[in-house]
Design a protein around this ligand. Structure first.
Ligand code: 5FU
Length: 252
């Protein structure tokens, strides 16, 4: 017999962090567990994409350092407006991986000033517990396990990464391809309905797999949506497939 999982409503009752609560509330309100990864390289593409998929997603994931014409006023100000208009959060997939002091500088300074606009960020935990202290005003999604072929996030690495993640008050969840304790929200990238890989090491699973077998909370989809001929329609498809798979995973 298969194990059941907690619903978003059940998780909302015990959620401690304001960002966890916001994510869960948004998922319930929009009936969506979809995070779109906007891996595009110009401000125009980013804003057009956010406008199209905004109504269907709970968060937009950025790699802000790939935007070649980045300008805080032209890129971030309108992006924040779109996030408010369509009710989605901003997730910066920076994957910090340094000592606390350097991460603090990367988080607050430079041209991106991530601290000023991101609702939550990804971080490696390789720098240890205290390296995560600087992310006080956002939620942290810890990289527990990666989706790429040959990743070094072995069983024993993931166990240690989970210890840090479960004990750090800034951490709201983890990125992983394996089930993680229910106290952490599980974000799973490497989701695609059409492909099994990209020829560059990425490995894909279906929404059904990640909700049923990993008890994921949120799926992260990049090329499946932004490379599609009709990104809005693709977002709707992934939203519906994700929601259906989540609902099915609640059944015994
Ligand atoms: F931590 C991870 C991981 O383990 N795998 C990932 O693919 C993050 N990602 C990100 O999700 C990656 O950097 C891309 O931004 C996105 C996946 O994009 P795709 O086009 O759906 O493969």
């Amino acid at each position: 017999e298969e194990k059941t999982r907690s619903s978003y409503e059940q998780k909302l009752k015990t959620a401690q962090h304001s960002v966890s609560k916001k994510l869960l509330e948004t998922a319930i309100n929009k009936q969506s567990n979809l995070i779109a990864s906007a891996d595009v390289t110009t401000t125009n593409e980013l804003l057009e994409f956010a406008e199209k998929v905004g109504p269907h997603i709970i968060a937009l994931k950025t790699h802000i350092d790939i935007i070649s014409d980045f300008d805080y006023k032209k890129t971030i100000t309108p992006l924040k407006e779109l996030a408010a208009k369509h009710q989605f959060l901003l997730m910066e997939d920076r994957k910090f991986a340094d000592i606390g002091n350097t991460q603090e500088l990367q988080f607050t300074s430079g041209v991106f000033k991530i601290t000023d606009w991101a609702d939550f960020v990804t971080s490696q935990v390789i720098g240890g517990f205290e390296s995560l202290d600087c992310f006080k005003n956002v939620g942290v999604v810890a990289i527990i396990g990666m989706s790429s072929k040959g990743t070094l996030t072995t069983n024993s690495y993931r166990e240690e990464a989970l210890k840090i993640s479960l004990s750090h008050p800034n951490v709201i969840g983890g990125v992983s391809q394996n089930e993680i304790p229910e106290d952490l929200l599980l974000f799973t990238p490497g989701v695609n309905l059409a492909d099994s890989g990209d020829g560059k090491g990425q490995q894909y699973n279906t929404p059904e797999h990640v909700f049923k077998n990993l008890h994921s909370d949120f799926i992260i989809v990049g090329r499946g949506i932004y490379k599609s001929e009709n990104p809005e329609q693709a977002a709707v498809t992934y939203k519906n497939e994700g929601w259906k798979a989540y609902v099915n995973s609640l059944k015994k």
